[in-house]
Ligand binder design. Structure first.
Ligand code: ZN
Length: 226
């Protein structure tokens, strides 16, 4: 771990040397292109690092992180990342990964004006409202906090599945599959919430159906389709 700013460059030098010692062409190959199978949408929290907790290296996962792993329809950043990952990188799996002890989720559970954070965290307060009956029935504050983390992941997965690019690509290729995970900082383990992607997609499309199967298949036959 870096103790000072200068240590970061020393760490980088050692990392480059270690990579080249194993494969002299490592960076030459890395610079060519990327074909990640995974899009990871996680929290910006410094303790929840995508590559490290998944045990993957450069080139293996496309990453988007923001406060409390929110996918908001009006947020150009997360939606552009998802569209690029689905249409151009053709990722096979989209993972929304929350984590216990999430400061963003905790802030959304508190009664206070958080300024610019209000509209961002409102998405999580909306999750609470959608699941108020269940959450209000949990008497222990820590358990309620953990459950809201899980429900937030579930709802953000649904927000990903609402997107036309995800629905279209699934009709064409039967992927990407959307997964919901929670990273447990207390044990280091990833918990798969095992959301039922097929069922959510089917339910979602009763209201948020942004595809026309015939039109999508005609696009498939057009070689210019990306
Ligand atoms: Zn967090």
């Amino acid at each position: 771990m870096a103790k000072s700013y200068e240590d970061i460059f020393e760490n980088n030098k050692k990392w480059v040397e270690a990579k080249l010692a194993v494969n002299p062409e490592y960076f030459h190959d890395l610079a060519k292109t990327q074909h990640p199978d995974y899009l990871y949408i996680g929290c910006s929290d410094s303790r929840a690092t995508a590559e490290e907790l998944m045990g993957v290296g450069p080139g293996e996962v496309f990453v988007h992180r923001n406060i409390a792993n929110v996918v908001n329809t009006l947020d150009m950043s997360s939606t552009a990342v998802i569209q690029y990952a689905v249409e151009h990188l053709k990722v096979k799996h989209i993972i929304v990964c929350g984590h216990y002890n999430c400061g963003g989720v905790k802030a959304a559970m508190t009664s206070q004006d958080l300024g610019l954070m209000n509209p961002w965290l409102r998405t999580i307060r909306d999750v609470y409202r959608l699941h108020q009956e269940e959450l209000d029935s949990v008497t222990e504050e820590d358990k309620k906090y953990d459950r809201l983390v899980e429900l937030n992941v579930q709802e953000q997965c649904i927000n990903v599945i609402k997107m036309a690019c995800v629905q279209e690509r699934y009709i064409l290729d039967e992927y990407p599959i959307v997964h919901g995970w929670v990273f447990d900082l207390r044990t280091g383990k990833i918990i798969d919430l095992e959301i039922d992607f097929e069922k959510i997609l089917k339910d979602i499309q009763k209201i948020y159906n942004l595809t026309d199967s015939d039109w999508v298949m005609s696009k498939k036959n057009n070689k210019n389709f990306i």
